[in-house]
Design a binder for this molecule. Structure first.
Ligand code: MLC
Ligand code: AMP
Length: 503
């Protein structure tokens, strides 16, 4: 028994129906996909990857990369996908912290990672977006079937790293049961079936693209138009062949910016889902006006998968993230006392259910801070439940920026800015951005008498930080605004610079 593999993949064994529609116009059947996954599983086994060991993967999006996810599930390994934008500095932490036994990277990234994997004694294999590389070479000639390694619902299936308020990322441990229960719930709630064709342009190293989009399609036995990334022309070209799409709000604002995107183009669609960042009520309204479709917004996070969703049949309320999903308990509590608040009041959102992760890898104290003994997870989001039961997210109780659906923790950037020559101190805040929703603004205070070169400071970050985390602007100030306790008033900074990137 291996519930994750059996339910998502194994039951499609031998099916010649298409699973993926690829950018070159061909379709890949479930059977052919599973055969390649089995070959990859043989390579993992031949490398001695035992059940429960971590396989860290930083590769371009491709069907081969997805087959590696299936291979890990089948071999009982823990899949650890990593953002393709991460630098070697960032990767070093994830690979070392997780104790990964194997690293799979793009052929172009191997030279940079070799010293690290040699030092750690981890295997290093490569996988290109075209299916080339050492992993694929090793897989050639392997048997297209594999004896599935037995696992239980409580066994770990994936680690996803999420940044922390202290600047140190935490490995969220997700079990087979976490992933499966959520995929089954969502597939039912959103009425996915074998007839669905999901337009998939999200990255596959995060919850949204990997677990929500892919697992839901697999549970339903549908297919996906598998785009390497969000490209406006490609999306518009593919839309008439799809029945559903999932995206971050940036997808929706970009689609709306193009006149070709209209009711005729979306006639074949039955569902548009948005999440990972707040969808403006204005975008919701413009979308309906243009296409006649009402976007269905849902709310989730790495540690919990999906928690709430607007209804499929009922009113999809703009600015709200809907109702707790079946099996999910949600409560609003007072951040100071942890006591439940009366309906309608704003407090921190806590959730409990089979979707909630097992804790942070090797961080029992962090886990205890956020996961209560009664099973409720403190999300760090602030919200309220309206009179009809819809959950509204009204803010964050955590210092976090969400840019184009990617989470960025200011602390990580501030620590680097503080070390830059001539910098006394710094603050990083998120400010509104027309394309990414929010973007990163850095404020620095120079040391007395110093006049640091701001461009040089930004250049200095390039080796350490993924591009999406780098401040889009850096501004020097005489002093940071502080409250009477000496705490930097980030709200004042956000307010002062709110129109910096206005279009
Ligand atoms: C790319 N860039 C970004 C960025 N994405 N910068 C800030 N924020 C982002 N999200 C950089 C590029 O490196 C480039 O740098 C420049 O910005 C412009 O690139 P682009 O070509 O416009 O970007 P593009 O490749 O089109 O990507 C934008 C995007 C992409 C929005 C399509 O970021 C994306 O697919 N985001 C989805 C993220 C996601 O899946 N989140 C789910 C997390 S799970 P330069 O060098 O040109 O300046 C989760 C739980 C849940 O949150 O509830 O779902
Ligand atoms: P991540 O850690 O990348 O999984 O991001 C999770 C965070 O994204 C949540 O804690 C929320 O702050 C935010 N988020 C996800 N979905 C929504 C949504 N629909 N509206 C507002 N914020 C969201």
């Amino acid at each position: 028994m291996n519930p994750l593999y059996d339910t998502l993949f194994g039951r499609h064994a031998g099916r010649t129906a298409p699973f993926l529609h690829l950018p070159d116009g061909t379709a890949l059947s479930y059977a052919d996909f599973l055969a390649q996954a089995a070959r990859f599983a043989h390579v993992l086994a031949s490398e001695g990857i035992a059940p429960g060991e971590r396989v860290a993967v930083q590769v371009e999006k491709s069907w081969h990369a997805l087959a590696l996810y299936a291979a890990c599930a089948r071999a009982g390994a823990i899949f650890l996908p990593l953002n393709t934008a991460y630098t070697v500095d960032e990767l070093t932490y994830f690979i070392e912290d997780s104790g990964a036994r194997m690293v799979v990277c793009d052929p172009g990234g191997a030279a940079g990672l070799r010293p690290l994997t040699d030092r750690l004694g981890a295997a290093l294999l490569t996988l290109g977006a075209d299916g080339g590389g050492a992993l694929a070479e090793r897989a050639t000639g392997m048997a297209p079937d594999f004896a599935t390694v037995p696992r239980g619902a409580d066994d770990l299936a994936a680690f996803l790293y999420t940044s922390g308020t202290t600047g140190r990322s935490k490995g969220a441990m997700l079990t087979q049961g976490n992933l499966l229960s959520n995929a089954e719930t969502l597939a039912g709630y959103w009425r996915f079936s074998e007839d669905d064709v999901l337009l998939h342009a999200l990255p596959i190293f995060h919850t949204h693209g990997l677990f929500v989009a892919t697992n839901v399609t697999l549970v339903a036995g549908g297919s996906m138009i598998f785009e390497p990334k969000f490209d406006l022309d490609a999306m518009i070209g593919a839309m008439p062949r799809a029945t559903a799409m999932m995206g971050v709000p940036t997808f929706y604002t970009r689609l709306l910016s193009d006149d070709r995107f209209d009711a005729a183009l979306t006639r074949h669609m039955r569902l548009f889902v948005s999440g990972s960042a707040p969808l403006l009520a204005e975008t919701h309204a413009r979308f309906e006006e243009r296409t006649g479709h009402r976007i269905l917004e849902r709310y989730g996070m790495t540690e919990t998968n999906m928690n709430t969703s607007n209804p499929y049949d009922g009113e999809r309320r703009p600015g709200a993230v809907g109702f707790p999903l079946p099996g999910v308990d949600l409560r609003i509590t007072d951040p100071a006392t942890g006591e439940a608040l009366p309906q309608g009041e704003v407090g921190q959102i806590e959730v409990r259910g089979p979707n909630v992760f097992k804790g942070y890898w090797n961080m029992p104290e962090k886990t205890a801070e956020e996961l209560r003994a009664d099973g409720f997870f403190i999300t760090g989001d602030l919200g309220r439940v309206d009179a009809d039961g819809y959950v509204h997210i009204v803010g964050r109780n955590k210092d976090l920026i969400i840019s184009g659906g990617y989470n960025i923790y200011p602390k990580e950037i501030e620590l680097l800015l503080d070390e830059a020559p001539g910098v006394l101190e710094s603050a990083v805040v998120g400010v509104p951005h027309p394309d990414f929703g929010e973007t990163v603004l850095g404020l620095i205070v120079p040391e007395a008498g110093a006049a640091p070169d701001l461009d040089a400071i930004l250049d200095g970050l390039r080796g350490s930080l993924a591009r999406f985390k780098q401040p889009r602007r850096l501004i020097a100030l005489d002093a940071l605004p502080r409250n009477t306790m000496g705490k930097v008033q980030k709200n004042a900074l956000r307010e002062r610079y709110r129109d910096l990137f206005a279009d």
